[in-house]
Design a protein around this ligand. Sequence first.
Ligand SMILES: [Zn+2]
Length: 95
Amino acid sequence: MADEGRDQPHWDAEAERLRKSGAEEAIEWVREKWGEDAKCPYCGTDQWSVADLATFLVGLEGQALPMFPVTCVNCAQTVLLSAVAMGLFPAEPRG
Ligand SMILES: [Zn+2]
């Protein structure tokens, strides 16, 4: 039941699009919003790694919440950014 959101083809198409260009779009977004030298609040390093769209949190009703993990390269603190809030993924599956 938790996998329903992921099995929907229109979401798959969006996910596939983001797999191809998503990391670049996310990096661009992070640079714009955080600035070039955003520092990790835990260790002060300003180097981050933006992963490909690889994480789906699953909501209580089984909805998939696509996230971009952004990881500090020094201390590994990871911030999850909502691909929906970033405008890189549709809020609702297109029907
Ligand atoms: Zn850090």
